[in-house]
Structures are given as C-alpha cells and as structure tokens.
Design a protein around this ligand. Structure first.
Ligand code: ATP
Ligand code: MG
Length: 200
C-alpha cells in the first residue's frame, strides 16, 4: 500500500493543501493521503488555534474524500516535530506501507536544510508540487535529493494560511479559499479574530 503524508501547520488548512494532496494522489496512484498537522509549542503559534483545533479543522477538510485521513501522530507526541523522527516511527508502526512525503515548492527548495535530511532521503521519496512564488526545479537540488524528489503538477493556488488569517482578522471573506466545513468551523469558533463571520 502506498501512502502520501501531507504535513503542515494547517493554521488553517486551505484549498492549496487539498489540491496538492489530490494532485500527488492522482499522479502517483497513492492509495491514501494522511494529513498530519505538526505540533507547535503554543507560544510559537501566530494564531489562537490550538493543536486540537488544527487537527479538528483538518478532519473536517478531509471528511468528504474516500482516501484522505487525518494523522494525530505529531500533535500527540508533542515537542519539536522533526520529520525524520516521525518517518522512523511511521515505518515501525506500519512496516508494510510505502510512504512518500508531499511538499510545496517552497519546502522543496528548503529540503537541503531539513534536520538530518541525508538520513531522511534514504528512507522515502518526496512529491513536490508547484506553488506561486517559488521555483520548482529538481535540477537545482543536490544530487542525493534529485534522486528522491518527484514532481506532481497542480493548478497554481496563490493562497497561504497566513493570508487566510489576515483576511479573517480584517473581516474579509475566505469562502471557497478553505473547504466549506473548515469555513464553518472558523466562523463558529472565531479563532482568527473577533470579526470572523462578519464577511459572508
Ligand atoms: P503559513 O502561511 O502559515 O506558512 P502555508 O499556507 O504555507 O501556511 P503550511 O501549513 O505552512 O501552509 O504548509 C504545509 C505544506 O503545504 C507545505 O509543504 C507547503 O509548501 C504546502 N502548501 C501550502 N500552501 C500551498 C499552495 N497554495 N500550493 C501548493 N502547496 C502549498
Ligand atoms: Mg508555510
């Protein structure tokens, strides 16, 4: 079984994340994609969303898709979420699953700086997707990474979680920038500002 891991802060999850996962699933015929919000110490979060809330929004987002799941692995473990530790644990817990890691172009370019990337690159492949503002050229990566980074095309989506948080705080609409159920969650909980829900 082939599983793609879609990791991120997901503060909040938005359609860029959903399309990235779907493109990777489609192009590389993944059986499932597991969305895994990372643990972040509360004082480092830019927003009022707790790990539990980011997990709940992620669950809402994936709920309609037959092969998307949520993984609470890193939030449950707490501490700093190093991908290399997570992947080692995942491989122990699911020895028969072949994992790949789905990342946007900004993260692809940052890969050489990831914690213990040489070890990580020996354990799994990455699927990189295009994202506005970052070039996506595997040839620019060190050769040990060129071997493990594959590309899946997705429609360019110029949306970030930072933009969503700013728009909510400013009372601007975020409808259709996030899945409907995530929209409802944000309006209901008021997490990104007292004005959330005023622009509908
Ligand atoms: P923030 O603005 O808080 O950094 P973000 O929108 O970048 O949020 P993250 O949770 O940081 O979202 O990203 C998780 C993963 O999703 C990363 O690999 C990132 O590159 C990818 N990603 C995020 N937004 C997009 C997008 N619009 N298109 C393609 N990939 C994306
Ligand atoms: Mg980001």
């Amino acid at each position: 079984m082939k599983v793609g891991i879609m990791g991120g802060t997901f503060d909040p999850i938005h359609i860029g994340h959903m399309l990235a996962a779907e493109a990777a699933r489609d192009v590389y015929q993944l059986d499932e994609v597991w969305f895994m919000p990372s643990h972040i110490p509360p004082h480092k979060l830019e927003s009022g969303a707790t790990g539990q809330m980011r997990l709940e929004m992620t669950s809402e987002a994936v709920s309609g898709h037959p092969s998307f799941r949520t993984l609470d692995f890193e939030i449950e473990r707490g501490g700093v979420s190093y991908t290399v530790d997570t992947v080692m644990e995942l491989r122990r817990a699911y020895p028969h699953i072949e994992f790949t890691f789905i990342i946007g172009a900004d993260m692809v370019n940052y890969l050489p700086k990831w914690h213990r990337i040489d070890e990580l690159a020996g354990m799994l492949n990455f699927i990189g997707v295009n994202r506005p503002g970052s070039s996506l050229d595997v040839n620019l990566l060190p050769s040990f990474l060129q071997k493990v980074v594959k590309i899946a095309d997705m429609p360019l989506v110029d949306i970030s979680s930072t933009l969503i948080r700013k728009r909510v705080a400013a009372g601007e609409s975020i409808r259709y920038m996030v899945p409907d159920r995530v929209y409802d969650y944000i309006v209901r909980s008021g997490i990104y500002g007292i004005q959330s829900g005023t622009a509908d």
